[in-house]
Structure formats: structure tokens, C-alpha cells
Design a protein around this ligand. Sequence first.
Ligand SMILES: Cc1cc2nc3c(=O)[nH]c(=O)nc-3n(C[C@H](O)[C@H](O)[C@H](O)COP(=O)(O)OP(=O)(O)OC[C@H]3O[C@@H](n4cnc5c(N)ncnc54)[C@H](O)[C@@H]3O)c2cc1C
Length: 368
Amino acid sequence: MLRDAVRSLAEAKIAPYAAAVDEEARFPQEALDALTANDLHAVHVPEEYGGAGADALATVIVIEEVARVCASSSLIPAVNKLGSLPVILSGSEELKKKYMTPLAKGDGMFSYCLSEPDAGSDAAGMKTRAVRDGDHWILNGVKRWITNAGVSEYYTVMAVTDPSKRSRGISAFVVEKSDEGVSFGAPEKKLGIKGSPTREVYLDNVRIPADRMIGEEGTGFATAMKTLDHTRITIAAQALGIAQGALDYAKGYVKERKQFGKPIADFQGIQFMLADMAMKIEAARQLTYAAAAKSERGDGDLTFQGAAAKCFASDVAMEVTTDAVQLLGGYGYTRDYPVERMMRDAKITQIYEGTNQVQRIVMARNLP
Ligand SMILES: Cc1cc2nc3c(=O)[nH]c(=O)nc-3n(C[C@H](O)[C@H](O)[C@H](O)COP(=O)(O)OP(=O)(O)OC[C@H]3O[C@@H](n4cnc5c(N)ncnc54)[C@H](O)[C@@H]3O)c2cc1C
């Protein structure tokens, strides 16, 4: 029922704008409005804070169905979870009430600020500093590649509180867009997910109350990594949705397109490609849903499974969207058809929330 409801909504209210959002590289406001009106913008927020209380699998299905028509728009529910999960996992009750309530209501989105210009895969090498000043902390630094920066009201920021301790000297904070000293860089000009703003976040002597720290001092990096264990599954879902969208489009096209006097769907070479695409998508779906169930239960092997789902599903998305372009021939290579956008959008799923090389490092360290 959830899938049917999200699919209808996505096809009616999000899909019609997907090409324009990509072409104009603009934020998908129509998608945000439609998702918020239907309580789908941050489905993971627990009911006690006014949220929909969706479990990890339901959240994955929402993201998958939105990504099937517009990958940029699927980053609304996905990054709202990424940005706010550190608070849900490690924050005080006061912090949860203060920030999950407006998030659930649709009054403010959440972003996640881990990466920096010189600290990507090696996130623990970050330079952003937080220094204690009485009952406040003062933050200085630059966060890079921040999804929905400028649009979000709230930012989970990881910063060094004790440089002598490397990852154990990193703490997490909630920073608000309206805090003095917060500003944003120009939007990045990207290959895909052009509707999702990616900007730098500048922290210039940002003074915030001490109770905005998420969890204990020095636990920020652990919280950031624990968050990714759960949210990599949402990127797997995004990849899955993009791949399914490409397969669905190609499936229809090959029945219409005629060469050699018959629909190209009649050629076995085409049928085998479609069969392989569907097979890979189904394998990615099973892995992703199983990982979502593990996320919900908090199983011990979640770290491996989350990394495996993200890595596998994103590789599948890249293969399937490339094949979809192939199935449309020259037409697939143009912006008159959606599969070239899907192919460009798919690429990011192999890069963010840890590149697929990093996922393999994570898996190798946590072999079942
Ligand atoms: C569109 C977009 C949105 C993003 N959104 C966010 C966000 O909201 N919040 C956030 O914090 N970050 C975000 N990121 C950052 C993203 O997570 C990083 O780009 C990613 O982790 C890689 O870091 P890097 O770009 O610095 O690449 P690098 O770490 O410099 O990696 C370069 C290459 O080296 C490889 N590599 C690095 N180390 C190893 C190793 N040990 N073994 C093998 N290979 C290695 C990588 O896999 C990659 O192929 C976003 C990025 C993009 C592009």
C-alpha cells in the first residue's frame, strides 16, 4: 500500500518536473511541497516527535519510489534522515524534541556535514574546530559537498574538539542556518542530481550553546559512522529506484521501436539485456531490504550489510542505466528521453556516503 501510494504521488507530482529540475539545475520545490503535504519528507521521524514513525524498510520504499522518477527529489527524505539520525541515535531528549518536531512538521530540513575539502574518504582528518567558551562552543571551518546546504534549516556538524585524539577527539553539534557566522558557497555544477543543491558550509566563529552538542564530547565520529551504517541503505534504495526507473522506461521503449520490420523487443539480444537488468535489480532489492530489516533490528552485522547493499545496488544502478541508454540507441543519448539523466544520476550513488572503494574497505573489515 505504501509503495502504491508513493508511486502514484511521485508520478503525478514529482515526475512531471524531473527533466526541468535537471535541465535548470534547480531545487525540486514541487517535490518538497508534495512530500511534505503527504508526510513523506522525513518519514523516519518517530511518532513521539510528531513524525510518521516509518521503520527502515518503509523509509527505503519511499526513497526508492521517489528516486524511480527523480533522483534529486529522493534526496529530500534521504538527507533528512542522514542529517537528523545523529540526533536520534545519540542526542539528548531535549535536543530530539527541539529538532525532530519541526523536521516532522515540515518546518525545517536537516543536512549532514562530515566532509571537508581535504577530508573525504579520510573523514577523521577533518580540520573544522570547536572550542569551548564557557557554556558555549565556537565553531570554525569549512564543510564541503553538503547536500541541501542553504535549503536546510538544521545542520549536524562534526568538528574537532581535541586535536590530540584524532577520531576520538571529534564531537557532533547541531548548527542552525540562522546562527551568526554560518554561510554557504556557490552551488556545485554537477554531472547529475542537479536538482539537489551541493554547497560548501562556512563556519566563521559560530557561537552555539553547549547543549547543542549531540551526545558526549569525543563521540561525534562514532555517531557519524553509526549513522552511515543505517543511511547507506537509503542510498542503496535511491540507486535501486533509479535503476528501476530506467528499466521501466526501456521496457516500454523496446516494444514501440521498430527496426528490421519488427519491434526491437522481439530480438533475443534485447530480451537478454532486459532479463539481466531485471535480475540485477531484484538482487539489489533483496539485499537492500534485508539490510533495512537489519537496520531496524540493530543487528550486529549491519555494518557489513549496509555497505554491501550500497555498493552492490549503486554498481547495479550504473550498469542498468548504461544498458537502458544502449537500448534506446541514439535517442537514449539525448535529453529528449529520461534515461541519460538516470545514467548521470546513478553515478553519484557510487561516490557519496563513502565511495564504493571505501564500502569495500568497510566490508573487508567486517566480513561475516
Ligand atoms: C553530490 C555530492 C553530495 C555529497 N553530499 C554530502 C553530504 O551531504 N555530507 C557530507 O558530509 N559529504 C557529502 N558528500 C561527500 C562525499 O561523501 C565524498 O565526496 C566522498 O566521501 C569521497 O570523498 P572525496 O570526494 O574527498 O574523494 P577522495 O577521498 O579524495 O577519493 C578519491 C578517490 O580515491 C579513492 N580512495 C580514497 N581512499 C582510498 C583507500 N584507502 N583505498 C582505496 N581507494 C581510496 C576513492 O574511492 C576515490 O575513488 C557529497 C559528495 C557529492 C559529490
